[in-house]
Write a protein that binds this ligand. Structure first.
Ligand code: BTN
Length: 275
């Protein structure tokens, strides 16, 4: 088995914000582990989970050499330019479908928490784009990658990875038109500590809501962060090719309902593009 990288010291500004937040961090309060450079915080959190790490373990890195997004995409993760964090959760449930059922809900809950955390710490009017993008206008500021592990512990672990572009950076030519960062939007340097802490404090609350079967409250909050969702012109992939239509709403599971002509389609995964 590959060895785990040694944790680094917790940066003082993170420690200070962490201490100030105290009990607001809920299940994350005692779980922080910081690293300078890792392959992917999701990979590392998954390895911790497989070794039996407690629910609430937080893996934070300054940089990732193999950061990834949904659909196998690279997540550009240079040092000083982003918040790269993953948390280990161990929700309990009986059915065979439960891990997948909860993972998709967790993605929705984490999106809400990220939007809440960024708004609370910076005041930026961020919005959510289904299923997991944090955006300003049409530019992407952050995203969520939820992954499941079923080995090594009595309760399956879910790793929720959160990435936020925080610093001004030189994006590759494909990212220039579609990405933005906190510093680019705010026009000033930002401290990642309050963004991290407010996001995790919000995630602790939303996770608790999910555990007490109040997913409807999470969906209501999600909709409030996506004011232009209803009626938005979108296109999506189907087995028959690209379909053009418009978004209707989220359903009670967090899937996207989309309409093309008279046909309403329930989208659970895949990519939706705004037209
Ligand atoms: C997406 O929008 O496609 C999801 C991006 C998720 C990126 C974060 S950064 C921290 C964690 N580690 C990873 O390798 N990915 C997630």
């Amino acid at each position: 088995m590959r060895t785990l990288p040694p944790p680094s010291n917790i940066p003082p500004e993170i420690q200070e914000a962490w201490d100030r937040a105290g009990a607001r961090l809920g299940l994350f309060a005692r779980g922080l582990r910081c690293f300078s450079t890792v392959s992917s915080t999701n990979d590392l959190a998954m390895r911790f989970a497989d070794l039996g790490a407690d629910e609430g373990t937080v893996v934070l890195a300054d940089a990732q050499t193999a950061g990834r997004g949904r659909r196998g995409r690279e997540w550009f993760s240079p040092i000083g330019s982003g918040i790269y964090v993953s948390v280990v959760l161990r929700p309990s449930g009986e059915s065979k479908q439960f891990p997948h059922w909860i993972a998709s809900r967790l993605t929705v809950a984490a999106g809400v928490a990220l939007a809440e955390g960024v708004r609370a710490s910076t005041g930026l009017p961020v919005e959510l784009k289904w299923p997991n993008d944090l955006v300003v206008g049409r530019r992407k500021l952050g995203g969520i990658l939820t992954e499941l592990s079923t080995t090594g512990a009595d309760r399956p672990a879910v790793v929720v990875g959160i990435g936020v572009n925080s610093g001004l950076t030189v994006y590759t030519s494909t990212l220039v038109p579609v990405a933005t960062s906190l510093e680019a939007e705010l026009g000033r340097p930002i401290d990642r500590a309050p963004v991290l802490v407010e996001t995790l404090a919000a995630l602790a609350v939303r996770y608790e809501e999910l555990r007490s079967t109040r997913f409807d409250a999470i969906l209501t909050a999600w909709r409030a962060f996506a004011p232009s969702l209803r009626g938005a012109a979108i296109e999506w992939e189907s087995p028959e090719g690209v379909v053009r239509g418009h978004a209707i709403d989220l359903d009670t599971d967090g899937a996207l309902l989309a309409q093309a002509g008279d046909v309403v389609t329930r989208l659970v995964a895949g990519e939706v593009r705004w037209r």
